[in-house]
Design a protein around this ligand. Structure first.
Ligand code: ATP
Length: 390
């Protein structure tokens, strides 16, 4: 591949401020390694919505398909009703590009404090892979009132294709609400296969598959059946185990060292990844990827637009810098270009060295380093690493 194409969508609030730092570091390091990258910025976000009434058009989605990755900041603005931008941009991207893998590395870096007493760097270092499209988030539910039958009809997207039809007839004597979760064979199999490939390619030896199959026996029973089928193909290479979600939450706090890769259906993954962000030191340090292994993937820091800190040059840019590094690691795994892996590792190491040094701390770390100062410190450490070859 000659030139990698990356779409930038800085979005709202602190998004543009933190994305700027990540791109500044990323471009310089890629340039020094002679990797050619083309960036194009997209304006989608609150300002664009206020001016044009458009969140994310189908034309833009089509254009984005022509990129290798999307580097995203955050959306959300106090002037706009909650949900409009999140649904119109973030969820639309996830669904149109079928970003079925949510990848969340949970690593406690040197120099960062965890709320877990007695644990340090090296004790917390695993990856959570969350299925991003199915389960209880398929938007299939309703409210029923007493004494009359009611029929609900749904057409839902499962395993990447829209088309499964569900018809629910309810006759109730009470006021009730229901929500249905779906696990499809295709949807589960693709995330489970991705996880084994991910672990194998990175020399990780064990995967923990999380569910609640002792109570939600149908959906997670199918999930387990597919794990059992796929794991045989990887035996001798990657071990696997099942764990109920309640036990997984307990172990993440009491014994996080036991995990290498955690794989979870959508809802449990959602909850466990926030627990993960907390034990790795907070939102300022949590990167994520929304991946379609065969298409254009999207990378974003876990935090939102943080309107309380926007425009003041005080946000912590580290989550977004680590997100850039994660994006390069993904592009390496997709295209096999070792320079991308090298750049990814240099950026992560530079972040870790600057944090371990302890002189630079943004407001969320109890210091007063500005966003751009943190970016500059990481950039100069990254350059030092490149030139010293360490
Ligand atoms: P959204 O609805 O966009 O998710 P939010 O305010 O609910 O916005 P976040 O934006 O993630 O959620 O912010 C939660 C808290 O964490 C806020 O107090 C915010 O200032 C803080 N925060 C989030 N990201 C950062 C960051 N990168 N640096 C410093 N503080 C941050």
């Amino acid at each position: 591949m000659s030139t990698y194409r990356i779409a930038l969508m800085p979005g709202d609030g602190i998004g543009p401020e933190v994305i700027r730092e990540a791109v500044k570091i990323g471009t310089t390091i890629l340039e020094t390694l002679s990797v050619s990258v083309f960036f194009e910025e997209f304006p989608n976000g609150a300002e664009h919505y206020i001016k044009t009434g458009e969140t994310l058009s189908d034309e833009t989605i089509e254009k984005l398909r022509g990129f290798d990755a999307i580097f995203f900041g955050a959306v959300g603005d106090p002037r706009i009703k909650p949900g409009v931008l999140e649904k119109g941009i973030l969820l639309k991207l996830r669904s149109s590009l079928d970003l079925y893998v949510n990848l969340r590395p949970v690593k406690l870096l040197r120099g960062v404090e965890t709320p877990l007493k007695g644990f340090g760097p090296g004790d917390i270092d695993f990856v959570v892979i969350r299925e991003n499209t199915e389960d209880f988030y398929v938007d299939m539910g309703g409210r029923v009132d007493a004494f009359y039958p009611k029929v609900f009809e749904f057409t839902v997207k499962t395993g990447g294709a829209k088309g499964s039809k569900y018809r629910v007839e309810v006759e109730s004597k009470d006021s009730e609400a229901f929500q249905i979760g779906i696990i499809s064979r295709k949807g589960a199999e693709r995330i489970i296969r991705f996880s084994f490939e991910y672990a194998f390619k990175r020399g990780m030896r064990k995967i923990t598959f999380v569910d609640k199959a002792n109570v939600l026996t149908d959906t997670y029973g199918l999930w387990r059946e597919i794990v059992d089928k796929v794991k045989d193909e990887y035996k001798d290479r990657v071990e696997s185990e099942f764990m109920y979600v309640d036990a997984a939450a307990l172990h993440m706090v009491l014994n996080p060292k036991r995990f290498q890769v955690i794989v979870a259906p959508n809802m449990f993954g959602d909850i466990l990844t926030d627990l993960g962000a907390a034990i790795q030191g907070g939102l300022g340090f949590a990167p994520s990827g929304n991946i379609n292994p065969e298409g254009t993937s999207m990378f974003e820091p876990v935090h939102g637009s943080a309107p309380d800190k926007a425009g003041r040059n005080i946000a912590n840019p580290i989550a977004s810098i680590l997100t850039f590094s994660l994006m390069l690691e993904h592009l390496w795994s997709r295209y096999g270009d070792k320079r991308l892996l090298e750049a990814s590792k240099i950026i992560e190491k530079a972040v870790e060295n600057v944090l371990a040094d302890g002189r630079f701390k943004t407001i969320d770390m109890g210091g007063n380093t500005k966003t751009n100062e943190m970016g500059d410190a990481i950039l100069s450490e990254a350059k030092r690493l490149v030139y010293s070859g360490k």
